[in-house]
Design a protein around this ligand. Sequence first.
Ligand SMILES: [Zn+2]
Length: 280
Amino acid sequence: MDIPADAEARRAIAPVICYPTDTLPQPDMVQYAAARDGMTKIDEVIAPPREAATFTVPAGHIFRISSVEGPQVGDLNLWNASDLSERFYSGKTRALHGTHITTGERMWSSFPHMRPMATVIHDSLGWYGIDAFGGSVHDVIGTRCDPYTGNLLQGDHYHHCCHSNLTRALADHLGVPLNEAEPHVHDVLNVFMCTGFTRDTGQYFMKASPVRPGDHIDFLSEIDLLGALSACPGGDCSSEHSSDAAACHPLKIEVFAPAPGALDGWSSPPPNGYDGSHGR
Ligand SMILES: [Zn+2]
């Protein structure tokens, strides 16, 4: 391998942040906190172990994902409830907010809409930060466990991966065959999952989630949402996924109406303002 004479100098150049967020429109977290104080529960759904559940949340409402019974990771998909082509965009969310999201950060939607779909307004694991391994919680770097990668690496046919769980749950919700539902399933927010990249090899890693029963993450829905959450077959993702080996627990999803009047003056964000002409 030819190493240039100025290799160290090139490596020593300091990085710049790709997307500084000083001009990113910020949510009014004081108003959102007021909406959360005094909210009223209107719905509850359980995602059973190794299964997914769907739920709907009107714009300006709150949804909470909670650990119940034992440490468990969840794979979350979000769609615009009236247009499934607008869906969560994990890659752009990562580019704007970094590898993991917490309070004050948002789940952004796909092009050409690219607007906030949901804002994290409370995270009981917000204390975790970034650990000594570079790991943190609620990642937007993984995809979702799926039977195709399992088949590639192990040659098996495991059917309760998050991808398949989400596909079945969406098909049931829409009343369509699996092959019509599957293309709508997309890269997830890995709720409660503790992940990072190894410093030496740059590989995606996971470790036992710090989540415990009672921990929860709360979101304000910015638009009318259809959500699907899979209780990952990896359980707390401390050892393996894509199998029935791990201890696996349910996850609870609750939907709340905001405190009356708290969101006065708030409005659902419009689609992205780019004119769409692409230079023509
Ligand atoms: Zn999974």
